[in-house]
Design a protein around this ligand. Structure first.
Ligand code: BES
Ligand code: MN
Ligand code: MN
Length: 461
Protein backbone atom coordinates (compact mmCIF):
# COMPACT_ATOMS: atom_id res chain seq x y z
CA UNK A 1 0.00 0.00 0.00
CA UNK A 2 3.03 2.24 -0.53
CA UNK A 3 1.21 3.98 -3.35
CA UNK A 4 -1.06 5.68 -0.81
CA UNK A 5 1.64 7.62 1.01
CA UNK A 6 3.51 8.30 -2.23
CA UNK A 7 0.45 9.82 -3.87
CA UNK A 8 -0.33 11.92 -0.79
CA UNK A 9 3.24 13.19 -0.54
CA UNK A 10 3.28 14.20 -4.18
CA UNK A 11 -0.09 15.93 -4.02
CA UNK A 12 -0.60 17.22 -0.49
CA UNK A 13 -0.02 20.90 -1.27
CA UNK A 14 -2.67 20.75 -3.96
CA UNK A 15 -5.02 18.84 -1.62
CA UNK A 16 -4.67 21.63 0.94
CA UNK A 17 -5.09 24.43 -1.60
CA UNK A 18 -8.20 22.87 -3.09
CA UNK A 19 -9.77 22.63 0.37
CA UNK A 20 -8.84 26.26 1.04
CA UNK A 21 -10.66 27.30 -2.14
CA UNK A 22 -13.77 25.37 -1.09
CA UNK A 23 -13.66 27.00 2.35
CA UNK A 24 -13.76 30.46 0.78
CA UNK A 25 -17.40 29.88 -0.23
CA UNK A 26 -19.70 30.97 2.63
CA UNK A 27 -22.23 28.16 2.23
CA UNK A 28 -24.32 29.01 5.31
CA UNK A 29 -27.56 27.08 4.93
CA UNK A 30 -29.37 28.76 7.85
CA UNK A 31 -29.16 32.29 6.45
CA UNK A 32 -31.06 33.05 3.21
CA UNK A 33 -28.64 35.93 2.53
CA UNK A 34 -26.10 33.28 1.49
CA UNK A 35 -28.34 31.23 -0.79
CA UNK A 36 -26.31 32.02 -3.92
CA UNK A 37 -23.12 30.95 -2.14
CA UNK A 38 -24.68 27.67 -1.05
CA UNK A 39 -25.68 26.98 -4.67
CA UNK A 40 -22.19 27.92 -5.89
CA UNK A 41 -20.73 25.56 -3.35
CA UNK A 42 -22.84 22.70 -4.73
CA UNK A 43 -21.38 23.50 -8.15
CA UNK A 44 -17.85 23.44 -6.77
CA UNK A 45 -18.47 20.05 -5.13
CA UNK A 46 -19.79 18.63 -8.42
CA UNK A 47 -16.68 19.90 -10.25
CA UNK A 48 -14.41 18.38 -7.62
CA UNK A 49 -16.15 15.01 -7.97
CA UNK A 50 -15.80 15.20 -11.72
CA UNK A 51 -12.09 15.95 -11.73
CA UNK A 52 -11.54 13.17 -9.18
CA UNK A 53 -13.03 10.74 -11.70
CA UNK A 54 -16.66 10.19 -10.69
CA UNK A 55 -19.41 9.46 -13.25
CA UNK A 56 -23.08 10.38 -13.52
CA UNK A 57 -22.61 13.54 -11.49
CA UNK A 58 -25.82 15.37 -10.81
CA UNK A 59 -26.72 18.43 -8.79
CA UNK A 60 -30.06 17.10 -7.58
CA UNK A 61 -32.67 19.77 -6.97
CA UNK A 62 -34.75 19.56 -3.80
CA UNK A 63 -37.29 21.87 -2.19
CA UNK A 64 -34.25 23.42 -0.49
CA UNK A 65 -30.55 23.27 -1.33
CA UNK A 66 -29.36 20.64 -3.80
CA UNK A 67 -27.74 17.30 -3.11
CA UNK A 68 -24.59 16.57 -5.11
CA UNK A 69 -24.52 12.98 -6.33
CA UNK A 70 -21.75 11.13 -8.17
CA UNK A 71 -20.66 7.52 -8.52
CA UNK A 72 -18.11 5.10 -9.87
CA UNK A 73 -19.53 1.69 -10.58
CA UNK A 74 -16.67 -0.58 -11.62
CA UNK A 75 -18.41 -3.92 -11.31
CA UNK A 76 -21.98 -4.61 -10.25
CA UNK A 77 -20.88 -7.80 -8.53
CA UNK A 78 -18.60 -5.88 -6.16
CA UNK A 79 -19.86 -4.20 -2.98
CA UNK A 80 -20.87 -0.54 -3.00
CA UNK A 81 -19.89 2.07 -0.44
CA UNK A 82 -22.07 5.17 -0.12
CA UNK A 83 -20.15 8.22 1.10
CA UNK A 84 -22.24 10.90 2.79
CA UNK A 85 -21.18 14.39 3.86
CA UNK A 86 -22.40 17.97 3.88
CA UNK A 87 -21.11 21.06 2.11
CA UNK A 88 -23.21 23.53 4.11
CA UNK A 89 -21.78 25.21 7.20
CA UNK A 90 -22.98 26.89 10.38
CA UNK A 91 -23.30 30.68 10.56
CA UNK A 92 -19.98 32.32 11.48
CA UNK A 93 -21.17 34.68 14.21
CA UNK A 94 -19.96 36.11 16.58
CA UNK A 95 -17.56 37.51 13.97
CA UNK A 96 -15.58 39.65 16.40
CA UNK A 97 -14.23 36.55 18.13
CA UNK A 98 -12.52 35.19 15.01
CA UNK A 99 -8.79 35.86 14.80
CA UNK A 100 -9.02 35.73 10.99
CA UNK A 101 -11.97 35.90 8.60
CA UNK A 102 -14.24 32.82 8.74
CA UNK A 103 -14.18 32.63 4.94
CA UNK A 104 -10.55 33.68 4.48
CA UNK A 105 -8.90 30.35 5.30
CA UNK A 106 -5.37 30.52 6.70
CA UNK A 107 -3.01 27.86 8.04
CA UNK A 108 -1.84 28.52 11.60
CA UNK A 109 0.15 26.39 14.02
CA UNK A 110 -1.39 25.56 17.40
CA UNK A 111 -0.24 23.56 20.39
CA UNK A 112 -2.45 20.64 19.40
CA UNK A 113 -1.70 21.05 15.69
CA UNK A 114 2.06 21.71 15.47
CA UNK A 115 1.93 20.88 11.75
CA UNK A 116 -0.64 23.60 11.21
CA UNK A 117 -4.42 23.74 10.95
CA UNK A 118 -6.68 25.45 8.42
CA UNK A 119 -8.82 28.07 10.16
CA UNK A 120 -12.20 28.69 8.51
CA UNK A 121 -15.89 28.00 9.08
CA UNK A 122 -16.57 24.47 7.83
CA UNK A 123 -12.87 23.46 7.94
CA UNK A 124 -13.70 20.46 10.12
CA UNK A 125 -17.51 20.40 9.93
CA UNK A 126 -17.75 19.16 7.28
CA UNK A 127 -15.93 20.46 4.20
CA UNK A 128 -12.49 19.32 5.32
CA UNK A 129 -13.87 15.92 6.21
CA UNK A 130 -16.01 15.13 3.17
CA UNK A 131 -13.28 16.46 0.89
CA UNK A 132 -10.91 13.80 2.26
CA UNK A 133 -13.21 11.28 0.57
CA UNK A 134 -13.06 13.10 -2.75
CA UNK A 135 -9.25 13.14 -2.57
CA UNK A 136 -9.01 9.53 -1.37
CA UNK A 137 -11.24 8.57 -4.30
CA UNK A 138 -8.99 10.53 -6.67
CA UNK A 139 -6.02 8.66 -5.20
CA UNK A 140 -7.65 5.28 -5.78
CA UNK A 141 -8.67 6.25 -9.32
CA UNK A 142 -5.26 7.63 -10.29
CA UNK A 143 -3.36 4.69 -8.80
CA UNK A 144 -5.81 2.20 -10.26
CA UNK A 145 -6.63 0.74 -6.83
CA UNK A 146 -10.35 1.40 -6.39
CA UNK A 147 -11.47 -2.04 -5.14
CA UNK A 148 -15.28 -1.62 -5.21
CA UNK A 149 -18.10 0.71 -6.24
CA UNK A 150 -18.55 4.15 -4.71
CA UNK A 151 -21.53 6.49 -4.54
CA UNK A 152 -21.19 10.04 -3.24
CA UNK A 153 -24.05 11.98 -1.74
CA UNK A 154 -23.02 15.37 -0.38
CA UNK A 155 -25.90 17.50 0.87
CA UNK A 156 -26.36 21.20 1.62
CA UNK A 157 -28.83 21.19 4.49
CA UNK A 158 -27.30 19.13 7.30
CA UNK A 159 -26.92 22.10 9.59
CA UNK A 160 -30.60 22.92 9.20
CA UNK A 161 -32.00 19.44 9.72
CA UNK A 162 -31.66 17.52 6.39
CA UNK A 163 -35.40 17.48 5.82
CA UNK A 164 -35.15 17.52 2.04
CA UNK A 165 -32.46 14.86 2.10
CA UNK A 166 -34.96 12.65 3.91
CA UNK A 167 -37.39 13.13 1.02
CA UNK A 168 -34.60 12.46 -1.50
CA UNK A 169 -33.53 9.23 0.21
CA UNK A 170 -37.10 7.90 0.29
CA UNK A 171 -37.54 8.69 -3.41
CA UNK A 172 -34.14 7.34 -4.54
CA UNK A 173 -33.73 4.06 -2.70
CA UNK A 174 -32.60 2.23 -5.83
CA UNK A 175 -30.04 4.81 -6.82
CA UNK A 176 -28.68 4.83 -3.27
CA UNK A 177 -28.56 1.05 -2.92
CA UNK A 178 -25.34 0.16 -1.16
CA UNK A 179 -23.70 -2.29 1.23
CA UNK A 180 -22.15 0.19 3.64
CA UNK A 181 -22.37 3.91 4.36
CA UNK A 182 -19.18 5.76 5.22
CA UNK A 183 -19.32 9.18 6.89
CA UNK A 184 -16.58 11.48 8.13
CA UNK A 185 -18.48 14.08 10.15
CA UNK A 186 -17.42 13.21 13.70
CA UNK A 187 -14.16 13.15 15.62
CA UNK A 188 -11.39 11.13 17.23
CA UNK A 189 -10.23 11.32 20.85
CA UNK A 190 -6.78 12.74 20.04
CA UNK A 191 -4.21 12.58 17.26
CA UNK A 192 -2.40 9.78 19.10
CA UNK A 193 -5.65 8.10 20.20
CA UNK A 194 -7.81 7.11 17.24
CA UNK A 195 -11.48 6.31 17.84
CA UNK A 196 -14.60 5.46 15.85
CA UNK A 197 -17.99 6.89 16.78
CA UNK A 198 -20.46 4.10 17.55
CA UNK A 199 -23.36 6.21 18.76
CA UNK A 200 -25.07 9.47 17.86
CA UNK A 201 -27.77 11.15 19.88
CA UNK A 202 -31.23 11.99 18.68
CA UNK A 203 -32.53 15.51 18.95
CA UNK A 204 -35.72 17.21 20.00
CA UNK A 205 -35.60 20.99 19.60
CA UNK A 206 -38.32 23.38 20.72
CA UNK A 207 -38.83 27.10 20.73
CA UNK A 208 -40.77 28.60 23.64
CA UNK A 209 -42.79 31.77 23.85
CA UNK A 210 -44.22 33.08 27.12
CA UNK A 211 -46.65 35.99 26.95
CA UNK A 212 -47.62 38.14 29.93
CA UNK A 213 -49.32 41.54 29.53
CA UNK A 214 -50.41 42.62 26.05
CA UNK A 215 -47.72 45.36 25.90
CA UNK A 216 -44.39 46.23 27.53
CA UNK A 217 -45.06 47.92 30.88
CA UNK A 218 -43.37 50.37 33.26
CA UNK A 219 -41.59 48.07 35.74
CA UNK A 220 -42.35 50.41 38.64
CA UNK A 221 -46.01 51.02 37.95
CA UNK A 222 -46.78 47.37 37.24
CA UNK A 223 -43.82 45.47 38.77
CA UNK A 224 -44.82 42.93 41.39
CA UNK A 225 -48.46 43.07 40.33
CA UNK A 226 -48.45 41.23 37.00
CA UNK A 227 -46.50 38.25 35.70
CA UNK A 228 -43.14 39.13 34.23
CA UNK A 229 -42.80 36.60 31.39
CA UNK A 230 -38.99 36.58 31.66
CA UNK A 231 -39.14 35.74 35.37
CA UNK A 232 -41.78 33.11 34.70
CA UNK A 233 -39.84 31.55 31.82
CA UNK A 234 -36.76 31.29 34.08
CA UNK A 235 -38.80 29.64 36.82
CA UNK A 236 -40.28 27.20 34.32
CA UNK A 237 -36.86 26.34 32.90
CA UNK A 238 -35.60 25.77 36.45
CA UNK A 239 -38.34 23.16 36.84
CA UNK A 240 -36.94 21.15 33.93
CA UNK A 241 -34.34 19.49 36.18
CA UNK A 242 -34.27 18.38 39.80
CA UNK A 243 -31.51 18.90 42.36
CA UNK A 244 -29.62 15.90 40.93
CA UNK A 245 -29.72 17.31 37.40
CA UNK A 246 -32.16 14.61 36.48
CA UNK A 247 -34.65 15.83 33.87
CA UNK A 248 -38.00 16.35 35.61
CA UNK A 249 -40.33 15.92 32.63
CA UNK A 250 -42.72 13.05 33.52
CA UNK A 251 -42.05 9.84 31.54
CA UNK A 252 -38.89 11.37 30.00
CA UNK A 253 -36.73 8.39 30.99
CA UNK A 254 -39.39 5.69 30.45
CA UNK A 255 -37.74 4.18 27.37
CA UNK A 256 -34.12 4.85 28.29
CA UNK A 257 -32.19 1.63 28.67
CA UNK A 258 -29.92 1.49 31.72
CA UNK A 259 -26.49 0.27 30.72
CA UNK A 260 -25.04 -2.91 32.18
CA UNK A 261 -22.01 -2.76 34.45
CA UNK A 262 -20.01 -4.26 31.60
CA UNK A 263 -21.05 -1.56 29.13
CA UNK A 264 -20.23 1.11 31.67
CA UNK A 265 -16.82 -0.44 32.25
CA UNK A 266 -16.25 -0.30 28.48
CA UNK A 267 -16.98 3.42 28.47
CA UNK A 268 -14.65 3.95 31.42
CA UNK A 269 -11.85 2.20 29.55
CA UNK A 270 -11.74 4.85 26.80
CA UNK A 271 -8.86 7.24 27.51
CA UNK A 272 -10.21 10.40 29.15
CA UNK A 273 -8.70 12.91 31.56
CA UNK A 274 -11.17 14.96 33.56
CA UNK A 275 -8.40 17.37 34.55
CA UNK A 276 -7.46 18.03 30.93
CA UNK A 277 -11.14 18.37 30.01
CA UNK A 278 -11.67 21.01 32.69
CA UNK A 279 -8.44 22.81 31.85
CA UNK A 280 -9.31 23.01 28.15
CA UNK A 281 -12.58 24.78 29.03
CA UNK A 282 -11.24 26.89 31.93
CA UNK A 283 -13.64 25.21 34.35
CA UNK A 284 -13.01 24.48 38.01
CA UNK A 285 -15.63 21.73 37.94
CA UNK A 286 -17.94 19.89 35.58
CA UNK A 287 -21.71 19.72 35.98
CA UNK A 288 -24.23 17.07 35.12
CA UNK A 289 -26.55 14.26 36.07
CA UNK A 290 -25.74 12.74 39.46
CA UNK A 291 -24.40 9.20 39.36
CA UNK A 292 -22.84 9.33 35.90
CA UNK A 293 -19.34 10.12 34.64
CA UNK A 294 -18.62 12.85 32.11
CA UNK A 295 -18.24 10.31 29.30
CA UNK A 296 -21.56 8.70 30.30
CA UNK A 297 -23.29 12.08 30.49
CA UNK A 298 -22.20 12.98 26.96
CA UNK A 299 -22.37 9.50 25.44
CA UNK A 300 -25.31 7.58 26.86
CA UNK A 301 -27.55 9.87 28.93
CA UNK A 302 -30.20 12.17 27.50
CA UNK A 303 -29.69 15.88 28.20
CA UNK A 304 -31.65 19.13 28.13
CA UNK A 305 -30.09 22.53 27.46
CA UNK A 306 -31.23 26.07 26.85
CA UNK A 307 -29.55 27.16 23.61
CA UNK A 308 -30.75 30.73 23.72
CA UNK A 309 -33.00 32.94 25.83
CA UNK A 310 -34.17 36.46 25.17
CA UNK A 311 -36.73 39.14 25.86
CA UNK A 312 -37.01 42.61 27.36
CA UNK A 313 -34.37 45.29 27.20
CA UNK A 314 -30.79 44.24 26.45
CA UNK A 315 -29.40 47.46 24.95
CA UNK A 316 -27.10 50.10 26.48
CA UNK A 317 -27.90 51.48 29.92
CA UNK A 318 -31.01 50.70 31.95
CA UNK A 319 -34.58 50.76 30.71
CA UNK A 320 -37.19 50.04 33.36
CA UNK A 321 -39.59 47.69 31.64
CA UNK A 322 -41.60 44.52 32.05
CA UNK A 323 -41.57 42.81 28.68
CA UNK A 324 -44.74 41.47 27.16
CA UNK A 325 -42.96 38.33 25.90
CA UNK A 326 -40.02 36.07 26.68
CA UNK A 327 -38.46 33.39 24.49
CA UNK A 328 -36.10 30.44 24.69
CA UNK A 329 -34.77 27.71 22.45
CA UNK A 330 -34.23 24.32 24.06
CA UNK A 331 -32.51 21.21 22.79
CA UNK A 332 -32.89 17.74 24.18
CA UNK A 333 -30.34 15.13 23.11
CA UNK A 334 -31.86 11.69 23.02
CA UNK A 335 -30.52 8.17 23.47
CA UNK A 336 -31.64 4.86 21.94
CA UNK A 337 -35.35 4.07 22.29
CA UNK A 338 -36.31 7.70 22.88
CA UNK A 339 -38.17 9.10 19.91
CA UNK A 340 -37.95 12.73 18.90
CA UNK A 341 -41.70 13.08 18.40
CA UNK A 342 -42.59 11.42 21.70
CA UNK A 343 -40.14 13.53 23.70
CA UNK A 344 -41.30 16.73 22.03
CA UNK A 345 -44.87 15.91 23.10
CA UNK A 346 -43.80 15.07 26.66
CA UNK A 347 -41.89 18.34 26.88
CA UNK A 348 -44.74 20.35 25.50
CA UNK A 349 -47.32 18.76 27.85
CA UNK A 350 -45.09 19.35 30.87
CA UNK A 351 -44.22 22.92 29.91
CA UNK A 352 -47.91 23.77 29.54
CA UNK A 353 -48.77 22.00 32.78
CA UNK A 354 -46.37 24.11 34.84
CA UNK A 355 -47.36 27.45 33.29
CA UNK A 356 -49.13 29.72 35.79
CA UNK A 357 -52.48 31.20 34.77
CA UNK A 358 -50.92 34.66 34.66
CA UNK A 359 -49.18 33.92 31.35
CA UNK A 360 -49.91 32.09 28.13
CA UNK A 361 -47.32 29.81 26.55
CA UNK A 362 -46.53 28.48 23.11
CA UNK A 363 -44.24 25.57 22.19
CA UNK A 364 -43.04 25.29 18.58
CA UNK A 365 -41.03 22.21 17.59
CA UNK A 366 -38.10 22.56 15.17
CA UNK A 367 -36.41 19.83 13.17
CA UNK A 368 -35.20 16.87 15.21
CA UNK A 369 -33.94 13.36 14.68
CA UNK A 370 -33.57 9.89 16.07
CA UNK A 371 -30.52 8.42 17.83
CA UNK A 372 -28.21 5.90 16.18
CA UNK A 373 -26.01 3.04 17.33
CA UNK A 374 -23.40 1.26 15.25
CA UNK A 375 -22.37 -2.30 16.07
CA UNK A 376 -18.65 -3.07 16.19
CA UNK A 377 -18.89 -6.57 14.75
CA UNK A 378 -20.08 -5.80 11.21
CA UNK A 379 -17.63 -6.05 8.26
CA UNK A 380 -17.64 -2.29 7.61
CA UNK A 381 -16.77 -1.44 11.22
CA UNK A 382 -14.01 -4.04 11.27
CA UNK A 383 -12.66 -2.65 7.96
CA UNK A 384 -12.61 0.86 9.42
CA UNK A 385 -11.01 -0.29 12.64
CA UNK A 386 -8.26 -2.16 10.78
CA UNK A 387 -7.70 0.83 8.48
CA UNK A 388 -7.11 3.13 11.46
CA UNK A 389 -4.96 0.54 13.16
CA UNK A 390 -2.76 0.50 10.04
CA UNK A 391 -2.46 4.27 9.67
CA UNK A 392 -2.27 5.25 13.37
CA UNK A 393 -0.44 2.18 14.64
CA UNK A 394 -3.13 1.76 17.29
CA UNK A 395 -6.50 0.08 17.40
CA UNK A 396 -9.25 2.74 17.52
CA UNK A 397 -11.50 2.95 20.57
CA UNK A 398 -15.28 2.80 20.00
CA UNK A 399 -16.87 5.95 21.46
CA UNK A 400 -20.46 7.15 21.82
CA UNK A 401 -20.82 10.80 20.88
CA UNK A 402 -23.14 13.47 22.24
CA UNK A 403 -23.59 14.94 18.75
CA UNK A 404 -26.36 14.26 16.24
CA UNK A 405 -26.51 13.52 12.53
CA UNK A 406 -30.23 12.83 12.16
CA UNK A 407 -30.01 11.43 8.65
CA UNK A 408 -27.98 8.43 9.87
CA UNK A 409 -30.98 6.85 11.61
CA UNK A 410 -33.06 7.57 8.52
CA UNK A 411 -30.49 5.81 6.30
CA UNK A 412 -30.90 2.76 8.47
CA UNK A 413 -34.69 2.95 8.42
CA UNK A 414 -35.03 3.59 4.67
CA UNK A 415 -32.03 1.86 3.12
CA UNK A 416 -31.54 -0.81 5.78
CA UNK A 417 -27.82 -0.04 5.90
CA UNK A 418 -25.63 0.85 8.89
CA UNK A 419 -23.31 3.85 8.75
CA UNK A 420 -19.68 3.85 9.82
CA UNK A 421 -18.77 7.13 11.50
CA UNK A 422 -15.12 7.42 10.56
CA UNK A 423 -14.44 11.01 11.63
CA UNK A 424 -11.05 12.69 12.08
CA UNK A 425 -11.84 15.99 13.86
CA UNK A 426 -10.88 16.90 17.42
CA UNK A 427 -13.22 18.32 20.07
CA UNK A 428 -10.84 21.28 20.28
CA UNK A 429 -11.32 22.06 16.56
CA UNK A 430 -14.13 24.43 17.60
CA UNK A 431 -16.85 23.29 15.21
CA UNK A 432 -19.89 25.64 15.32
CA UNK A 433 -17.67 28.12 17.27
CA UNK A 434 -15.46 31.03 16.30
CA UNK A 435 -12.01 29.96 14.98
CA UNK A 436 -13.10 26.56 13.73
CA UNK A 437 -10.09 24.74 12.30
CA UNK A 438 -8.97 21.38 10.96
CA UNK A 439 -5.50 19.95 11.42
CA UNK A 440 -3.42 19.31 8.30
CA UNK A 441 -2.32 16.10 10.03
CA UNK A 442 -5.96 15.06 10.45
CA UNK A 443 -6.85 15.96 6.87
CA UNK A 444 -3.97 13.97 5.37
CA UNK A 445 -4.46 11.09 7.83
CA UNK A 446 -8.06 10.85 6.70
CA UNK A 447 -7.03 10.75 3.04
CA UNK A 448 -4.56 8.01 3.95
CA UNK A 449 -6.98 5.94 6.04
CA UNK A 450 -9.94 5.92 3.63
CA UNK A 451 -8.25 3.85 0.87
CA UNK A 452 -7.31 1.29 3.53
CA UNK A 453 -10.96 1.12 4.54
CA UNK A 454 -11.97 0.44 0.93
CA UNK A 455 -9.31 -2.24 0.49
CA UNK A 456 -10.24 -3.98 3.77
CA UNK A 457 -13.95 -3.77 3.12
CA UNK A 458 -13.78 -5.05 -0.47
CA UNK A 459 -11.64 -7.96 0.67
CA UNK A 460 -13.93 -8.90 3.55
CA UNK A 461 -17.16 -8.64 1.65
N1 BES B 1 -21.02 16.98 12.38
C1 BES B 1 -21.96 17.44 13.34
C2 BES B 1 -22.35 16.39 14.38
C3 BES B 1 -21.22 15.79 15.20
C4 BES B 1 -20.04 16.47 15.44
C5 BES B 1 -21.41 14.54 15.73
C6 BES B 1 -19.04 15.87 16.20
C7 BES B 1 -20.43 13.97 16.50
C8 BES B 1 -19.24 14.62 16.73
C9 BES B 1 -23.20 17.92 12.60
O1 BES B 1 -22.87 18.77 11.52
C10 BES B 1 -24.05 18.75 13.54
O2 BES B 1 -23.64 19.82 13.88
N2 BES B 1 -25.24 18.24 13.93
C11 BES B 1 -26.16 19.01 14.70
C12 BES B 1 -27.56 18.54 14.49
C13 BES B 1 -28.25 19.13 13.30
C14 BES B 1 -29.69 18.69 13.25
C15 BES B 1 -28.15 20.63 13.24
C16 BES B 1 -25.87 18.86 16.17
O3 BES B 1 -25.36 17.84 16.63
O4 BES B 1 -26.16 19.84 16.88
MN1 MN C 1 -21.34 18.00 10.40
MN1 MN D 1 -22.44 20.80 12.36
Amino acid sequence: MEHINNYINENKDRFINELIDLLKIPSISADPAYSEDVLNCAGAVAKAMESAGADNIEICKTAGYPIVYGEKIIDASLPTVLVYGHYDVQPADPLELWTSGPFEPVVKKTEIHPEGAIFARGACDDKGQFYMHVKAFELMMKTDTLPCNVKFMIEGEEEVGSENLGVFVKANKKRLKCDAILISDTGIIANDTPSITTGLKGLSYVELEVTGPNRDLHSGLYGGAVANPINILCEMIAKMKDENNHIAIPKFYDNVVELSAEERADIARAPFSLDKYKAALDLSDVHGEEGYTTMERTGIRPTLDVNGIWGGYTGEGAKTVIASKAYAKISMRLVPNQSDEEITTLFSDYFKSIAPKSVSVKVSPHHGGEPYVSPTDIPAYVAASKAMETTYGKKPVPVKSGGSIPIVALFEAELGVKSILLGFGLDSDAIHSPNEHYGIFNYLKGIETIPHFFANYAKAH
